[in-house]
Design a protein around this ligand. Structure first.
Ligand SMILES: NC(=O)c1ccc[n+]([C@@H]2O[C@H](COP(=O)([O-])OP(=O)(O)OC[C@H]3O[C@@H](n4cnc5c(N)ncnc54)[C@H](OP(=O)(O)O)[C@@H]3O)[C@@H](O)[C@H]2O)c1
Length: 300
């Protein structure tokens, strides 16, 4: 297959590219700035806000599938700069959907558990979104854009949650921050009142890749298999990496003033994914084994 991957410099995007190449697909990676990942794929620097260049680049490549893990993922940054968030997470998605229409490509759009308000998670696939905050609103608008512009058989929305991996791609991720901070013997403040699905980026990429290869349309939850509060996750990290559990300090999200609201009771139900895909959502133990292995391979 010919597969275009946006955000190819990012946490999920770079793993998608390498997994797709490993399966023999022809890959076009799209991201902004310089190519930051090695590998046998074509790279084009295209900002998601540049609809004309996106259209031309994808039209020339003639993809069978377009996968979109790209976008503005800095939640507080989106609150500070809603225009940039809109350009990347809504206008960019519209351009990709239009390119999918004109090339006939299947579009797999990566979204988030933040489309839900966090009042009553974990969320079933058909739960009603109620996004709060600019990041969440733009990601939800991205989902709606895909649905509006493409026939139902031509789009897939793959929601994920709290994605981590090693090494960091330049910006912090939850697992990377936890392990690097605990390794220095420093305390980590973690919310005891926020429940989340956590996801290793390699596992997310594998599930998203399979959805694209099989053109499995509709809504999917592509995250880790377990939902837990952040303190419990921190303690699991301490166990796996032999860090001092006393370094985990429970705090409460309800007591902190955040620039952008976060869902409190979140988490995504992955039953459909676990039953339908060969790439299964990983349990936390499996995800932490992979993080441990990656850190051994890339000590920082
Ligand atoms: N990470 C999480 O915890 C999490 C949780 C739930 C859902 N998700 C969703 O999962 C997807 C993948 O997340 P991720 O963690 O892999 O994110 P990431 O590491 O931030 O990767 C996103 C990529 O998109 C690129 N990008 C951002 N704005 C762009 C623009 N205007 N034009 C072109 N490229 C642009 C970024 O470029 P730069 O590298 O230059 O910044 C980056 O390479 C996203 O759709 C996100 O919403 C992530």
């Amino acid at each position: 297959m010919r597969v275009a991957v946006t955000g190819s410099n990012g946490l999920v995007g770079r793993r998608l590219v390498s997994q797709l190449i490993g399966s023999g697909h022809e890959v076009l990676g799209l991201s902004r700035g310089d190519r930051r990942v090695e590998g046998a794929f074509t790279y084009a620097a295209v900002d998601l806000s540049d609809g004309a260049l996106l259209s031309k680049t994808l039209g020339d490549f003639k993809p069978d599938a377009i996968i979109n893990p790209g976008g503005m993922t800095d939640v507080d940054g989106c609150e500070r700069d809603p225009l940039a968030a809109y350009e990347a997470n809504v206008s960019g998605v519209a351009s990709l959907a239009k390119a999918a229409r004109s090339t006939g490509a299947h579009l797999v759009h990566v979204s988030t558990d933040y489309v839900f308000d966090g009042e009553a998670g974990p969320y079933a696939i058909d739960a009603k979104p109620n996004p709060r905050g600019t990041y969440a609103l733009t990601k939800h608008a991205g989902e709606q854009t895909v649905k509006a512009l493409l026939p139902a058989s031509q789009w897939t929305i793959a929601r994920t949650a709290v994605v981590f991996g090693w090494p960091s791609t330049g910006k912090n991720n939850f697992g990377f921050w936890l392990v690097s901070t605990l390794a220095q013997g420093k305390q980590v403040p973690l919310f005891e009142d926020q429940w989340v699905s956590t996801s290793h980026a390699t596992n997310v990429a594998a599930m998203v890749k399979e959805l694209a290869e099989k053109k499995l349309a509709g809504l999917w939850h592509t995250c880790g298999a377990e939902v837990m509060d952040r303190v419990s996750f921190g303690l699991r990290v301490c166990e796996r990496f032999s860090f001092d559990k006393a370094l985990v300090k429970a705090s409460r999200m309800a007591d902190v003033k955040l620039a952008s609201p976060r869902p409190a009771k979140s988490g995504l139900d992955v039953t459909k994914t676990a039953l339908s895909l060969d790439a299964k959502p990983w349990a936390v133990a499996r995800a932490l084994d992979e993080l441990y292995r990656e850190r051994q391979e890339h000590p920082s």
